[in-house]
Design a protein around this ligand. Sequence first.
Ligand code: ADP
Ligand code: MG
Length: 379
Amino acid sequence: MKKCDGHTGRWGSTLLIIGALSGVMLGATGCSESDRPLEPPVHFNGNIFGTFYQVTIMDPLTQGESLALEEGFKAELESVDQAMSTYREDSELIAFNEAPLEQWQPLSNELIEVLAISQSVAEASHGAFDITVGDLVNLWSFGPGARPEEIPNDDVLADRLAQVGFDAVEVDTQQMQARRTRDVFVDLSGVAKGHGTDRVAEYLEQQGMEHYLVNIGGELIAHGLRDEDAQTPWQIGIEVPEDGQQRAQHVIPLASMSVATSGDYRNYFEADGQRFSHTIDPRTGRPVTHQLASVSVLHPSNAWADAWATALMVVGGQKALELATENNLKVLLLVRDGEQWRSIASPEFVSYFGEPLVNELGIEQPLAPAPADQPVTGE
Ligand code: ADP
Ligand code: MG
């Protein structure tokens, strides 16, 4: 790597709250534009998967290197979108959804990998995570179609629900092929963002980056340190689950770990005075409506974290805690309690961060049961 003089090397503030990032900062002068060192943090922002991405690098980079890096990770994101978007007609997933039933379809490595992760989480969550909910997602107007903001007709709903079930998709990881055995529409939106952050992180690793943060629509991977000199870790804000707010409810340190959050407060529609979240309960075919406002899952793989966050959002507070405990997941739940929030951690979350920090953050441990969930009504 070429070096120019004048790299100041002092890193900025150590607190990062999702959404508060700005543009690239230039460092010294006196050499060609491309060799010019950039002062960390170097930020990259853009849009993908119908949401935003933010990549922050703390490693030393020249302007030329940063441009090449950006091009490289954007190509990764584009390839994920091409493989698993349900919003573009030419994606591999759309072709899979249109292929004849029962016939095995050869698929790309990445689609097979994400399908396999999805099926594992589906099994472990007893069907709470279910990629065959695509038709229901569309029926409730959360998919690529129009958004009529209407509650679907009961008969149509029952008809579509009869097809749904993750056993309708078979994945053969040896032969790299998959097939549908019933007419279901496979939707990977509950796991693709997480996979996207994994892919970007992998790419950054290959390019020799050691200290970086990748954020795609709130699914994050933090690697290395925010400030190597001061040995300060990345600090991640877990948002207040409220409309229009971008305030951190808790700020947690994250090192070589990913976190995915599912919430009912970002993507929803209202009809007849009721809020419908974009997470569908595959048992009822209806959007979840319960006291659990947000679930954050920590996992070395963000695809797994993403799928689990959606699964736990489906089952709700107490069940989410049980599943998290059963599967040794590091989970933070924000549960509505009147006008307030209760923050509840799984045992694995507590042992990962240690009791002193968990207490300091005002997070409850699962000794006290979470408030009972309200039944799913959706009506
Ligand atoms: P967010 O992080 O924005 O809360 P999620 O990761 O929870 O998003 O994914 C929500 C998307 O997943 C929905 O828009 C829908 O396409 C899909 N989805 C909804 N319900 C389920 C489910 N039970 N299992 C798998 N995918 C689902
Ligand atoms: Mg998800």
